[in-house]
Design a protein. Structure first.
Length: 299
């Protein structure tokens, strides 16, 4: 379960305007995460703009990241695609490259039914040997996994984890209790949405799938270390210090904020893939002012 426990950092995928991945910049971002001590790296997730990259560019990104890490940190690779056959090919590419696990979102143009998503996952699970994490990201895919569907999928071979958006605080306990009724004991319940992820881990979550840890890992690593040491007060103190950054992500999206930080800290000169536009100069300055206030070293 190692890839699906603790802090999983999701970096951007730097690329030029034509979509060619800047592997040198990606290696730098990956090294930054490994040095900070994240538990796993989520490559080609939503923040990694996976769906904007061709299969060949995804392969280049995976190869560069895994070569840079040389086995130091497990890598979870996003394999979502519009077609099931393409998803299988992406999963096989990740497996052949040496990824530790796959992250599967039901990417679709047409709205999908529960049975269609189940069949999609079942077909992929039969075609690769990597452990699979269900990626529940309704804001992007416009599909929401119910606890019952997660339970149904957890009976498939290799489907061993879920990445859910962390619910509001007053629904946290109910959220985890409901999921636990549907899945095996060792099934990993993880959360995204950085603003509520610490509370989700305190409520029983096994993993924090973080956008900001992918670009500013040190404070996020410190928060998880505090949780592991049983110091909830320190974890909450760090979370409170990061609140201005969480608020920016809600206001502008984690993707745009991550690019603003990466460019502002000189980690890359890449822009988000079009049609996504970067933040205005004024907003980028505001982001960097907050980053310097939270973490003057920019780590």
């Amino acid at each position: 379960m190692a890839p699906f426990e603790g802090l999983s950092a999701f970096p951007i995928t730097p690329a030029d305007p034509s979509g060619r991945v800047d592997t040198a910049a990606l290696r730098g971002l990956i090294e930054r995460l490994a040095t900070a001590g994240v538990d796993s790296i989520g490559l080609l997730g939503s923040t990694g703009t996976a769906v904007y990259h061709t299969r060949d560019e995804r392969k280049r990104a995976i190869d560069a990241a895994l070569d840079q890490l040389a086995g130091r940190t497990p890598v979870i690779v996003g394999i979502g695609a519009l077609r099931t056959d393409e998803t299988i090919r992406l999963g096989q590419d990740a497996e052949a490259a040496g990824a530790a696990a796959a992250l599967l979102a039901p990417v679709s143009y047409a709205p999908l039914t529960d049975d269609e998503v189940f069949t999609h996952f079942a077909t992929v699970a039969r075609s690769i040997t990597l452990p699979i994490c269900i990626y529940n990201n309704p804001a992007t895919t416009h599909f929401t996994f119910s606890a019952a569907l997660v339970g149904r999928l957890s009976a498939l071979p290799r489907v061993v984890a879920v990445k859910n958006p962390a619910p509001p605080l007053d629904m946290m306990a109910e959220h985890f209790a409901d999921l636990r009724q549907h899945v095996p004991v060792r099934f990993s319940l993880g959360s995204s949405v950085d603003a509520r992820a610490i509370e989700a881990m305190l409520a029983g979550g096994a993993a924090w799938y973080s956008v900001m840890a992918g670009i500013l890992p040190s404070p996020c690593v410190a928060a998880v270390k505090a949780l592991r040491a049983g110091d909830a007060a320190e974890a909450r103190r760090i979370d409170a210090a990061l609140r201005p950054l969480w608020d920016l992500c809600v206001e502008h999206s984690g993707l745009r904020v991550a690019y603003a930080i990466a460019n502002g800290l000189g980690l890359t000169s890449s822009l988000p893939p079009r049609p996504v536009l970067p933040l205005s100069d004024e907003r980028q300055r505001r982001v960097l002012d907050i980053v310097r206030m939270i973490d003057p070293t920019g780590t």
